[in-house]
Design a protein around this ligand. Structure first.
Ligand code: 4NP
Length: 176
């Protein structure tokens, strides 16, 4: 019942599947499987059922990271089913907040709220119309954010006595 993370962007083929793959890779590398699950979705429906963009697949593959999921659109039940919903940019966040039942709005945060490099609250730029440099840049940014996210979630778990099922939505502070 905890540690369910949903990553959301516009198309669900570039940024959010990359975030999902990196997060799951880090979870596995830290031996935390079973404590966290992740999925990704788009606010738009153009790429439902499609694999991620080949540029995201390639930038991840170079680092040994697999991108497991196919495109899907955000649905209302996501707000109940996930503990933490991370928007890649401000537009995604706005769209999520419009769709979310009021009682779940606190679950919606920006991915770069977890950027240890300092640009908290900034957008993960959409690389769709960019080239390989943009995808490499987004990869590094997401890798950083996923590290801080996991540290924050794990810190939240240890603060209350090493419980192994932190409630991610509650434990993740607005300003980590
Ligand atoms: P994403 O990038 O939101 O990071 O998946 C995009 C992918 C596709 C489109 C826009 C952004 N599109 O317009 O199809």
């Amino acid at each position: 019942m905890s540690g369910r993370i949903l990553f959301v962007c516009l198309g669900n083929i570039c940024r959010s599947p990359l975030a999902e793959g990196i997060f799951l890779h880090q979870v596995k590398a830290r031996g935390l499987e079973g404590r966290y699950t992740a999925d990704s979705a788009g606010t738009g429906d153009w790429h439902v059922g499609n694999p991620p963009d080949t540029r995201s697949i390639n930038v991840a593959r170079k680092r040994g990271v697999a991108l497991p999921s196919l495109g899907r659109q955000v649905r209302k039940s996501d707000f109940e089913e996930f503990d933490l919903i991370l928007a890649m940019d401000g537009n995604n966040r706005r769209d999520l907040l419009e769709l979310s039942p009021a009682k779940y709005r606190d679950k919606v945060k920006l991915m770069r709220d977890f950027d240890a490099a300092g640009d908290r609250g900034a957008d993960v730029p959409d690389p769709y119309y960019g080239g390989p440099f943009e995808f490499d840049n987004v990869y590094e940014m997401l890798d950083r954010c996923c590290s801080r996210l996991l540290e924050t979630l794990e810190g939240g778990a240890s603060k209350d006595g090493g419980r192994h099922t932190g409630d991610a939505a509650r434990d993740a502070p607005a300003s980590p």
